[in-house]
Design a binder for this molecule. Structure first.
Ligand SMILES: Nc1ncnc2c1ncn2[C@@H]1O[C@H](COP(=O)(O)OP(=O)(O)OP(=O)(O)O)[C@@H](O)[C@H]1O
Length: 588
């Protein structure tokens, strides 16, 4: 892979020496398209948010620099940050209003925004020159050297495009990159290990808009003329198609898609009028056809299809000491003292009381079983403790502090880790990356630090911490495999490893033994005992009574949302109400 990259970079560097000016102009447009499509790689490929409005962000920066350089005589280097500021403010306003919305609201609102901006650019003639546009933008220059020719501008465009690709690659392999990919898969799970979905979504929306803004600034000073047409909805769709055709989940795919669609556009502009016998925007029809054909032949885009035939570097075992011990928040609770308290908790879903006036305490270092028939309210109780649901009535206290009603990422940060009844993993990520998600709340690097790669030391520590968690559950050998290929039992162990990587004080395990073989259950029981011996407090929900009764210190039995009984396994197993409602034949 590395030699191939070096050859491509050398060709890129030498291209103006052997390619005619027409192709160098095209390569400039490839660089602009790649910048916008890189934003879409981050926004759509990683975080799963679709935007049809990227050309509008490009237009904001392009018009800002056009107006400020031509009408006020400012230097293009000064109007670059100002143009980005315009694009950024646009993204913050639009994103601030829409990123919290689910479903199709974001794509729809980006279409509306795109169309509105296009109309403003075309109709506010006094300011923007309408569809005639604004001519005579100054050339960009550095210390007397002016980037006037397509050859010199080519180096400027590609310097920015490669810098952006380097930043995007840094981000992809970082804590923020993993969190973004987790957001696309499952925002509830992402929040359960400390990700704040709306804030992260807004940040990536802003970043994608800034990349589009940068492309707009370059575009304006390359052509030295702006008019609305390159910033319309059609252009936004074209950038999305570039990213999708190349492979929206990969950086090389973005460059491949941008090259392909830019080349195709030029070729089609020549060929289609001859075919149809008159001029018109027929390229759009051709884009659609190309997209359909490529997605049928290579559904994830061209790059993932080609990548299979390229050599892959052997992944290395993470080295290093792991993360520093977690700072315990609030009180240090001594062994045997109450760490988590559920007090008169109720949760109604419409007319159904899933949890009703439930109270119990969890003491530090113990393993408490929460059992009951299907539908008794156990998972709802987990969701109330971890902040997925707010209680209708009652309280949850962690170390004496009320936590009910707090968001899941806040609850997690306090030291509560969880697994899910149906594993919430990210199949496209490796086992190690999935486990490393657990370190999210223990690491600090922000978006900028991840982009610049200044987080390498923390990142190495997070990966070695995740690897250690995998060793604890016996999955280290599969660290570099895709999580999508794991058996159900291994998926459950991986969820435990992810929770352990967060170094929780309390661990909530929701049916960890479901789907496990007998030997795997014994291994799980040993693991849970080890964790309790290390001081982790465990709340365990499971239907395997042999596992639960042989493992836990105490049991709480739920039935129709209420607490039916509480005591040691022996007491509970003898309780006639419990035998009648749940244990039945098993114990009788
Ligand atoms: N988000 C929700 N919306 C509406 N009803 C819900 C929701 N979550 C749970 N319920 C209902 O609440 C009741 C308790 O469900 P819950 O999943 O908590 O039970 P459980 O004890 O975990 O069951 P199981 O052992 O089958 O997992 C069920 O009747 C369920 O249908």
């Amino acid at each position: 892979m590395r030699p191939l990259l070096l050859v491509l970079l050398a060709l890129l560097l030498l291209a103006p020496l052997f390619l005619p000016p027409f192709y160098i102009t095209l390569l400039n447009f490839v660089a602009f398209g790649s910048l916008v499509a890189l934003g879409l790689y981050l926004l759509t490929g990683m975080a799963g948010m679709t935007s049809f409005g990227q050309a509008a962000f490009m237009g904001l920066a392009a018009y800002a620099t056009a107006l400020l350089t031509t009408k006020m005589g400012l230097s293009p280097w000064l109007t670059l940050p100002i143009g980005l500021l315009f694009a950024g403010v646009g993204a913050l306003v639009l994103g601030g209003l829409t990123v919290r919305l689910k479903g199709h609201y974001l794509p729809l609102s980006t279409i509306a925004w795109q169309m509105a901006l296009f109309i403003v650019l075309g109709s506010w003639t006094a300011l923007t020159g309408g569809h005639t546009g604004l001519p005579d933008l100054p050339a960009v220059s550095i210390m007397g050297f002016s980037f006037r020719t397509e050859d010199s501008f080519y180096y400027l465009s590609w310097a920015f495009a490669l810098l952006a690709a380097w930043g995007a690659a840094n981000l992809t392999g970082s804590r923020v990159g993993r969190a973004l990919r987790a957001l696309r898969g499952d925002a509830v799970a992402a929040a359960s290990f400390g990700v704040h979905p709306p804030s992260l979504k807004l940040q990536v929306f802003l970043l994608a808009a800034l990349l589009a803004g940068l492309a707009g600034w370059l575009y304006a000073h390359f052509l030295r003329f702006v008019n609305p047409s390159p910033f319309g909805l059609e252009a936004s769709i074209k950038y999305l198609i570039m990213a999708v055709v190349g492979g929206i989940g990969s950086i090389p795919g973005v460059f491949l898609g941008a090259s392909l669609i830019t080349g195709l556009e030029e070729w089609l502009k020549d060929i289609l009028p001859k075919v149809f016998g008159r001029t018109g925007n027929y390229e759009v029809i051709a884009y659609g056809l190309v997209l359909v054909v490529i997605l049928i032949l290579a559904p994830r885009g061209l790059w993932p299809f080609l990548e299979r035939y390229l050599p892959h570097p052997t992944p290395r075992r993470p080295q290093g000491m792991g993360l520093p011990a977690r700072q315990v928040q609030g009180l240090e609770v001594p062994k045997g003292e109450v760490i988590l308290e559920v007090e008169r908790l109720s949760k109604a879903f419409g007319g159904l009381l899933a949890v009703c006036d439930l109270s119990f305490q969890l003491r530090r270092g113990e393993v408490l079983g929460l059992i009951g028939p299907n539908g008794a309210g156990k998972s709802t109780c987990f969701n109330l403790i971890t902040g997925v649901h707010a209680p209708t009535k009652g309280q949850v206290r962690f170390k004496g502090q009320a936590i009910s009603g707090l968001a899941p990422f806040t609850v997690h940060e306090k030291g509560i880790g969880r697994t899910f009844q149906h594993p919430h993993l990210f199949p496209e990520m490796t086992v190690l990356e999935n486990a490393a998600l657990g370190t999210y709340a223990r690491t600090r690097a922000g978006m900028l630090s991840c982009l610049l790669g200044t987080n390498r030391r923390e990142e190495a520590a997070a990966l070695s911490e995740a690897y250690r968690a995998l060793e604890r559950v016996g999955l280290a050998e599969l660290a570099h495999h895709k999580a999508g290929g794991l058996a159900l039992g291994q998926q459950r162990l991986l969820e435990i490893a992810r929770a352990l990587a967060s170094s929780p004080e309390v661990l909530l395990l929701d049916e960890p033994a479901a789907g496990l073989r007998a030997a795997e259950k014994l291994e799980l029981a040993r693991l849970i005992r080890r964790l309790a011996a290390e001081g982790i407090t465990v709340l365990l929900v499971d239907h395997d009574m042999d596992l639960v009764m042989g493992l836990v210190d105490r049991v709480v039995v739920m039935h129709y949302g209420e607490k039916l009984a509480e005591g040691t396994p022996r007491e509970v197993q003898k309780n006639p109400k419990v035998i009648e409602a749940y244990l039945g034949q098993e114990v009788a």
